[in-house]
Design a protein around this ligand. Structure first.
Ligand code: HEM
Ligand code: HEM
Length: 194
């Protein structure tokens, strides 16, 4: 079933969810490999950065498709639970969508280099676009350094802390549902049947 049903996420929602989760993992592995295991100026350091940027931009594309798909599709009904549990799940999912939008956006806006997307073709950096030159430099009168500082702060601090807390909480909640409450929360996002 491609579309969501009352009981399950459909194949498209499941594909978008799990491919995003994989790309997320890859984006983290690339950036921390760069930080911890490579020296500045080496080819590995550059490749790891470019992989981070390529994976991050791919997440941006998937999230646009995902928002459109989610809005044009019904959501499966929730498993039984208290009002507070449902509210927490809802807020958690909204926060995760926030992360999925804010992280690629701040990454792109604040990056000082162009992205060579998986070494297949170049995506110009924001600072080289007409939008940056007319709006940020022209109308706001900001240099790239001034513009980038708060954006970088959000990307780096958010990425290093906030995102982890949300994702670990989210994955932990899914496993708690599956193994402790033994309900269909995880199954409707994995098998999507029954
Ligand atoms: C969901 C997508 C993304 C996530 C979760 C993410 C996460 C992170 C994290 C955790 C860091 C390291 C923070 C630290 O210094 O401790 C980082 C650094 C960085 N990110 Fe992203 N990022 C994403 C997308 C992007 C995109 C789309 C771009 C640009 C096109 C980008 C550009 C950068 C740059 C330039 C750095 C600094 C690299 C470095 O210091 O080695 N990111 N990101
Ligand atoms: C091992 C990691 C993960 C597991 C086990 C997992 C599990 C699940 C499950 C079971 C659901 C369905 C919950 C329900 O409908 O009540 C769900 C939904 C969701 N997940 Fe995850 N997830 C993981 C990683 C991620 C990551 C990395 C993100 C994004 C950063 C994410 C974002 C979402 C969002 C936004 C929803 C709401 C449904 C939707 O619109 O697609 N998940 N997840």
């Amino acid at each position: 079933m491609l579309k969501n049903t009352e009981r399950n996420y459909g194949a498209i929602a499941r594909f978008l969810h799990w491919s995003t989760a994989l790309l997320f993992l890859g984006a983290y592995m690339a950036v921390y490999y760069r930080h911890w295991l490579t020296d500045k100026g080496t080819p590995e350091n550059w490749t790891a950065l470019q992989l981070h940027l390529s994976l991050g931009l791919s997440i941006a594309v998937l999230v646009v498709l995902r928002v459109i798909w989610t809005l044009s599709n019904k959501s499966p009904v929730h498993e039984p639970g208290s009002r507070w549990a449902h509210l927490a799940a809802r807020l958690g999912h909204i926060a995760l969508y926030g992360v999925l939008i804010v992280m690629p956006l701040t990454g792109y806006l604040g990056t000082g280099v162009a992205t060579d997307w998986f070494f297949l073709g170049e995506v110009p950096k924001f600072a080289d676009t007409t939008l940056f030159k007319t709006v940020v430099e022209g109308q706001l009168g900001l240099s790239f350094e001034q513009f980038e500082a708060p954006i970088d702060f959000i990307h780096k601090k958010g990425g290093a802390w906030v995102v982890w807390v949300l994702i670990l909480g989210h994955a932990g909640a899914a496993l708690y549902h599956h193994f402790v409450l033994k309900d269909r929360t995880l199954v409707k996002m994995t098998r999507g049947k029954g």
